[in-house]
Design a binder for this molecule. Structure first.
Ligand code: ZN
Length: 336
């Protein structure tokens, strides 16, 4: 049985290579369909472990002319990857840069054709803005984006229409405020100090599962990246794409959902607990309390790490607790 599984895995791996090279011929369509369905389930295999300190650098508004390539040079030098949320008009201008990013192992996400706020678009305009970029990127890389970033982070009220995962951020570098065009009389010394301040700001906040927001259209931002990437690596982080990071931590990215970082509390658990006293031990600062024993349940509170709680009942993966007069469900994996 085990041997059969590994032969199938090998077979799939070989076919996947062909698929990614776009070398499957039309008359192989039937085989291709079968492979796609099966590989959806096997994509959970990651080369990283949940114990790895993964973090995701993300860049918006590009690709830029020289700045994106400079960022790619840095990523390549440190064997790292990032996610680029591109705008359609720049993809049309710099398709070779999109291709280079993809070939280096980076992920290409969608930031609309014209940097339009989702909330200001009609359903058909939203479809057009996202579809345009998905088509353009797929034509260049062979892979259709599944992630988007709503420009300005305005997703409320339209999330159920996007058909993609909206990836926001939990560490904001505010790099655009320090771009050279907005700081014309800045001395080289001050510019270096501004770079150092952003790098320190990120390093003070960075923890595994975070998503860092930057913009790849400014030379200033590229210079920040040159300092930041080695600092993150020195601190033990591995820089990976958003999809790789969520996959490695067992968080399934779903369409029509918004994400700010990896929610460690949302990992799938099968643990069932006996009623009694437990201590919250999460990788984050808080363990989310949800309204229902499901990751779809609304977050109605949080219990600080290290807090003692009493479990009154448990279903597979979830435990019912009372904390500060909030009664709800928490992931049973994080009660010890
Ligand atoms: Zn933007």
């Amino acid at each position: 049985m085990k041997k059969a599984t590994s032969i199938i895995a090998l077979f799939l791996a070989v076919l996947m290579i062909f698929t990614s090279c776009g070398e499957i011929k039309k008359d192989d369509t039937e085989t291709e369909t079968t492979v796609t369905e099966t590989t959806t389930e096997t994509t959970t295999a990651s080369k990283y472990s949940p114990d790895d300190k993964l973090i995701a650098l993300t860049f918006d508004d590009g690709p830029g002319a020289g700045s994106t390539n400079k960022i790619l040079d840095v990523l390549s030098k440190y064997d790292s990857a990032a996610t680029f949320f591109v705008v359609g008009y720049s993809v049309d201008e710099h398709p070779e840069t999109v291709k280079r990013a993809f070939d280096l192992g980076c992920e290409i996400g969608n930031h609309t054709k014209d940097h339009k706020y989702f909330t200001k678009l009609s359903p058909s305009e939203l479809d057009y803005q996202l579809g345009y970029v998905n088509d353009a990127v797929e034509k260049i890389t062979g892979v259709r984006p599944t992630l988007c970033r709503s420009p300005g982070g305005f997703y409320k009220g339209v999330l159920d229409q996007i058909g993609m995962s909206d990836i926001l951020w939990d560490i904001d570098t505010n790099d655009w405020k320090k771009k050279d065009a907005a700081n014309k009389n800045r001395t080289a010394e001050k510019r270096n100090a501004d770079i150092a301040a952003i790098v320190n700001h990120v390093m003070n906040q960075a923890s595994k599962g975070d998503i860092i927001l930057m913009h790849d259209i400014y030379d200033f931002s590229a210079d920040v990246v040159e300092e930041l990437v080695p600092r993150l690596i020195d601190a033990g982080f591995k820089l990976v794409t958003v999809s790789e990071m969520f996959n490695a931590y067992g968080n399934k990215l779903k369409p029509n959902h918004v994400y700010f970082s990896v929610d460690f509390n949302a990992a799938v658990s099968t643990v069932k607990l006996d009623p009694g006293d437990y201590t919250v031990t999460t990788k984050g600062s808080y363990l989310n309390i949800r309204s229902a024993p499901d990751t779809e349940g609304t977050v109605i509170g949080g219990i600080p790490n290290g807090t003692k709680v009493t479990v009154s009942e448990s279903v597979e993966g979830w435990a019912k607790v009372t904390f500060n007069s909030i009664i709800g469900w928490v992931n049973a994996d994080f009660l010890k």
